[in-house]
Design a protein around this ligand. Sequence first.
Ligand SMILES: Nc1nc2c(ncn2[C@@H]2O[C@H](COP(=O)(O)OP(=O)(O)OP(=O)(O)O)[C@@H](O)[C@H]2O)c(=O)[nH]1
Ligand SMILES: [Mg+2]
Length: 358
Amino acid sequence: MGRDTSATGKGREDRGAAREHRPGAPPSSAILDAAFRKAYRSTPHGDTHLDRSRRRAKLKVIRSSAVVLRHLGIERRPFRTPELTEFQSLLIDRAFGAGALDRALRRVGRAEERIRGLTRDGGRGLQRASTTDEFAADVRAFYGRLASFLREIDPDLLLLRRIHAFLKARPRLDPAVPTVVVAGFPNVGKSSLVARLSSATPKIADYPFTTLALAVGHADLGFDRLQVVDTPGVLGRRQVNDAESEAEAAVTRAASVVLFVIDPTATCGYPIADQERLLERWRSEMPTVPFLVVETKADLETTPSDRLHVSALTGTGLEELTETIQRTLAARKPPPAEAPVADWGEWETAAGSKGSSD
Ligand SMILES: Nc1nc2c(ncn2[C@@H]2O[C@H](COP(=O)(O)OP(=O)(O)OP(=O)(O)O)[C@@H](O)[C@H]2O)c(=O)[nH]1
Ligand SMILES: [Mg+2]
């Protein structure tokens, strides 16, 4: 019926909700809306009109500040440890620039401190004020400064949200679970193997760079859980793109074992010599990481090499590959201190092999 609700709490609430969903609105506007809505609903008790006015003003300061601080806490929450693993931090540094997340978090933390100080000062000011006009002026001044503190960190809040969306689109690898990282040139059949070895259902296509971000599947090798990570293809150039950078991060920092996939057929579009060069470079750069090398698409063509020849299409060699992965993992050194030792004890015993001491 077109009733104007602008003077009521309900009307304000609706406007706030609309703003929250306005695309491109700075984060501060939705947070301030929520804060002012909450403050507006204050209905204080008091003996005199002046008493009630003072209390109402104080409640506005306290409640709006509490809402803002709660929202800022929510924005920072995904980046606390242990929610954020070391590997995720590395991915973020590579994708958004080293230290960018820490700087944004520090600025948000500092804004929280300033808002706490502002709230204390606001409370004291209201204690000294003696007329309803003064209360209103104090609250207005408080709101103004609260809003400006918050607007100052809009770029940081936007960055936190972008990083959060980035993280949500990537697997969270459990550092305590053994991890096989499947890597190699583009289009060689990495995702096809990951789909065969694990629960993952990656996109598979006959063109390079089908996989653009890390994905994880889980496998049960009969005695323990295993994470199988699909990576984007890497061309082995000095300058890497974002997808290649992500693959390198997984190879260097997340892998218990790297399963390096070589496609000896012409179907991937890259010469085998280039693939071998990348393998050699990685091996020399990461002498402590075990590399398992397979030649794939064995249904099309095989080389005389004594490497494992597999086919994701027909299943040839996959059983042997699984056994080799098991043996390689069982022969690894004990994991770093943060991984639960008990898991690895079971792992080694069940695999029927003691960890090597090299
Ligand atoms: N004949 C045959 N084709 C295969 C085999 N494995 C993969 N392919 C094909 O090779 C192409 C690339 O496979 P993907 O698994 O997407 O390769 P990828 O290495 O993940 O590719 P990117 O994600 O682009 O790096 C697809 O057309 C697959 O069907 C195989 O064992 N035999
Ligand atoms: Mg792929």
